[in-house]
Write a protein that binds this ligand. Structure first.
Ligand code: ATP
Ligand code: MG
Length: 241
């Protein structure tokens, strides 16, 4: 088997104060996967995503990105990853274009690549004509779309997205679904949390369900849900698992 793009091994995280947010969670994501992460409020999704993005220390286990431990070489891992939080807090006093240029500099994206990708994703996300405006003047959804553009700039192998569809208008949801599909067809992977099970069912070839920090189901979407809808399966396992 090829090296997975993301290999979470026995991840545990207990916050100061004693809440164990993630409890011995193991999950493997391969190139091409559109992997949905499902669970109730407080289940541990954001904690897992932040640990995988290399921005949250964890107590136990390891996270490998393309075979490299995020504990041993976080910079090499971060070069392969993009991450957008559930509520992007960007720099209000920069324009969208300045923000993207800053990110492209950090990730050492060539001039040709940054130009091509800003044009491609600006068009795909309907942001092209707002990039010269200050981020402080953007709506919530526009900030989210800019953060997403920033993630695609360095052509990551793995894009971690925390509730990417929240706050997007219906047209933007369709656009983002299309972008995710195209991106993963190119061999990269997306791992995203969502509460919208219809979207997960349609979009994701694989899903994982987490309850109180423990993984309770994972794998091919069709196998996980069996002959039920994903929503019915979710409601059932939340009650009984
Ligand atoms: N910085 C923190 N300090 C203390 N506890 C935290 C912290 N961040 C998260 N937690 C706790 O960890 C648990 C998991 O939270 P997490 O944000 O990972 O859940 P989630 O699955 O993303 O939920 P939601 O669907 O509401 O976004 C919760 O009990 C939460 O209160
Ligand atoms: Mg969350």
């Amino acid at each position: 088997m090829a090296t997975p793009i993301l290999d979470i091994r026995g991840l545990s995280k207990t916050f100061p104060g004693g809440i164990t947010a993630v409890n011995e969670l193991s999950l493997t994501i391969e190139g091409g996967d559109i992997y949905g992460f499902i669970g109730k409020n407080g289940a541990g999704k954001t904690t897992t995503l932040r640990a995988a993005a290399g921005i949250l220390r964890f107590d136990q286990g390891d996270i490998l990105v393309g075979g490299i431990s995020i504990k041993e070489d976080p910079v090499a891992c971060k070069r392969k990853i993009a991450y957008i939080p559930d509520n992007p807090d960007l720099y209000d006093y920069l324009t969208g274009a300045q923000y993207l240029a800053y990110l492209a500099d950090v990730f050492e994206v060539s001039a040709a690549d940054r130009q091509a990708r800003i044009a491609e994703y600006g068009e795909a996300l309907d942001m092209a004509d707002r990039l010269n405006d200050l981020i402080g003047s953007y709506s919530h959804g526009m900030k989210q779309k800019l953060a997403m553009m920033g993630g695609f700039l360095h052509a990551p192998r793995l894009f971690l997205m925390d509730e990417p569809f929240v706050g997007l208008d219906p047209e933007a949801v369709v656009r983002v679904r299309r972008i995710i599909r195209d991106f993963c067809q190119g061999g990269s992977a997306v791992f995203f949390s969502t509460h919208i099970l219809e979207v997960a069912e349609k979009l994701c070839n694989k899903v994982a369900m987490i309850k109180e920090g423990k993984l309770i189901a994972s794998g091919e979407t069709a196998q996980v849900r069996g002959d039920q809808t994903l929503e019915d399966f979710f409601l059932e396992v939340m009650e009984h698992a």
